[in-house]
Design a binder for this molecule. Structure first.
Ligand code: ZN
Length: 413
C-alpha cells in the first residue's frame, strides 16, 4: 500500500524533528543525506531501522525530545546483550491508549465490560497497555498481572469478568483449570484478547471451546508503542492496523524490496506521530502480508494477515525458503498428530543434496507408517520438498515453557 499524502507529510515532519533533536538517528540521516521527504521515491530511500541500531543507542540515544517531555520509559527484554529502552511523552502514552481502546471496540468490547488483565506489569509494555486502553474505553479494568491462578479464578467468578486478556499459553492454562474444576457454569467470559504470537489452530479451538469465548489477536511490539496497534475484527478477517498513527510496509526480508499487497514478507512500520522515540521504517521481523480490498466491517484501516512467524526462523532446504509455521500447518491437517515437532536438516555430501527430517508425534490409535506417508505427500505438494518423516508416540518430544527450538541445522557440523 503506497504511502498517502497525509502520511508522507507526517514522515517529513518526523524526519525534520529527528534531525533537530540531535539524537542517534539524526546522525544516521545526516550521513545518508536525508533532510526530509516530499515523494514516495524519497521515502523509499530512507534506510531501515534495525533493532541492533536501537541497542547501539542504549540507553536513551533515540530520545527525540527534551527530558522534561518524557513521562515514562518501557524496555524490551534483550535475549542477547543490552535491552532496548523506549521513552514516551504524555502524547505517546495517550495515543497508545487511544489505539488500544479502538482495538477493544473492534472486538465488540464496551464500557459495560469487565476486563481481567493477566499480562505482566512493569518495564515491558504488556499489562499497562491493556489497562490504559481499558480505562480510555471506559470499561472496568481488573489488573491482575500474571500467575496466581487460584486468585485469577476467584476474581473471574466473583467479579464476573467478561473479557480475559492473556498470552495464548496462559489462556490455555486457565481453560484447562476451569475445565478440571468444573467452573464453566460460574464464569461469564465472552471474549479473549490474546497477545499475537504464532499459536496453533488446535490450541485456539481448545481455548475458544472450553471457555466458550470469541478470540481476538492483538498485535504490537515495544519499539512501536506496545500491544494494541492492531487487532482482528469478528470473523477472523485479518488485523486492522491504524494508519493515522502508523504506516505499514511489507518487504522481502532478504532483499529489502517493498512487496505489493497480498504478497508475504516482513512487516516494516513507520511511526507517524510518535514524539519520544520516533522510528522510521522499523523492521519487525514478523511475517505477514497486507490484505487487499475492503473489510466486511466497513472500517478502512488496512489489514495484515495473522502473523505467520519470524523472518529469523526462516530456513532453506534445496534452495527453498521455509518457515516452521508451514510445517505446523501441515501437521495440523493430519489426523492424530500433535502440535509438537522437530526438524533436522543435514547435507548428503555424496549426493550433494539437503536432507530434511521431520519428527512428529501421533497418538496410538493411528498407523504411524500411514501418518508418515501422509505428511510426506503434503510436504511434497505444498513445499515441493520430500522430507524423511519419523512418527513417535505422544509426549516423546521435549516440552518447553519458553519458545521451543524447532529447527536443527546440521549442515556444516
Ligand atoms: Zn474489519
Amino acid at each position: 500500500m503506497r504511502i498517502n499524502q497525509t502520511q508522507l507529510e507526517l514522515v517529513d515532519k518526523q524526519i525534520k524533528r529527528i534531525l533537530a533533536s540531535g539524537n542517534y538517528y539524526s546522525g544516521v540521516y545526516k550521513r545518508a543525506g536525508i533532510s526530509g521527504v516530499s515523494s514516495y521515491e524519497d521515502f523509499l530511500k530512507i534506510p531501515f531501522t534495525e533493532k541492533a541500531d536501537l541497542r547501539n543507542a542504549y540507553p536513551l540515544g533515540i530520545q527525540a525530545v527534551p527530558d522534561e517531555k518524557i513521562v515514562r520509559i518501557h524496555s524490551s527484554s534483550g535475549t542477547t546483550g543490552k535491552p532496548v529502552i523506549i521513552p514516551y511523552t504524555a502524547k505517546d502514552v495517550d495515543d497508545w491508549a487511544t489505539m488500544f481502546a479502538r482495538c477493544y471496540e473492534i472486538a465488540g468490547i464496551t464500557r459495560k465490560d469487565r476486563i481481567q488483565i493477566t499480562p505482566g506489569y512493569g518495564l515491558w509494555t504488556a499489562g499497562i497497555g491493556f489497562q490504559a486502553g481499558c480505562e480510555k474505553l471506559g470499561a472496568m479494568a481488573i489488573p491482575m498481572g500474571p500467575g496466581n491462578t487460584e486468585k485469577q479464578l476467584q476474581m473471574m467468578i466473583d467479579l464476573q469478568s467478561t473479557v480475559i486478556c492473556a498470552t495464548s499459553s496462559y489462556a490455555l492454562l486457565l481453560a484447562e483449570e476451569i475445565n478440571k474444576r468444573g467452573l464453566r457454569d460460574k464464569i461469564k467470559l465472552k471474549k479473549g484478547v490474546i497477545g499475537s504470537e504464532r499459536w496453533s489452530d488446535a490450541k485456539r479451538a481448545y481455548i475458544a471451546r472450553e471457555l466458550g469465548i470469541e478470540l481476538y489477536d492483538i498485535y504490537g511490539l515495544t519499539e512501536i508503542y506496545g500491544p494494541g496497534i492492531g487487532i482482528n475484527c469478528p470473523g477472523e478477517t485479518g488485523m486492522h492496523i491504524f494508519d493515522d498513527y502508523l504506516y505499514t510496509e511489507i518487504i522481502d526480508p532478504k532483499t529489502g524490496e517493498v512487496l505489493p499487497d497480498g504478497e508475504e514478507g516482513e512487516i516494516v512500520i513507520t511511526t507517524l506521530v510518535k514524539e519520544g522515540a520516533p522510528l522510521i521504517r522499523f523492521r519487525t521481523h514478523d511475517l505477514s502480508s497486507i490484505m487487499p480490498g475492503k473489510c466486511h466491517c466497513g472500517r478502512s484501516y488496512p489489514r495484515l494477515t495473522t502473523i505467520k512467524g519470524r523472518s529469523d526462523d526462516m530456513f532453506k532446504v534445496h534452495g527453498v525458503n521455509m518457515f516452521p509455521s508451514q510445517i505446523e500447518e501441515i501437521l495440523g491437517e493430519v489426523d492424530g498428530v500433535s502440535s509438537e515437532y522437530k526438524i533436522d536438516i543435514a547435507h548428503d555430501d555424496l549426493k550433494n543434496r539437503d536432507i530434511m527430517m521431520i519428527t512428529a508425534e501421533a497418538d496410538g490409535r493411528v498407523d504411524f507408517q500411514k501418518t508418515a506417508e501422509a505428511l510426506k505427500t503434503l510436504c511434497k505438494s505444498r513445499l515441493n520438498v520430500t522430507p524423511n518423516v519419523a512418527i513417535v508416540s505422544l509426549n516423546t518430544l521435549p516440552r518447553s515453557e519458553k519458545k521451543t527450538q524447532r529447527v536443527f541445522d546440521h549442515r556444516g557440523d
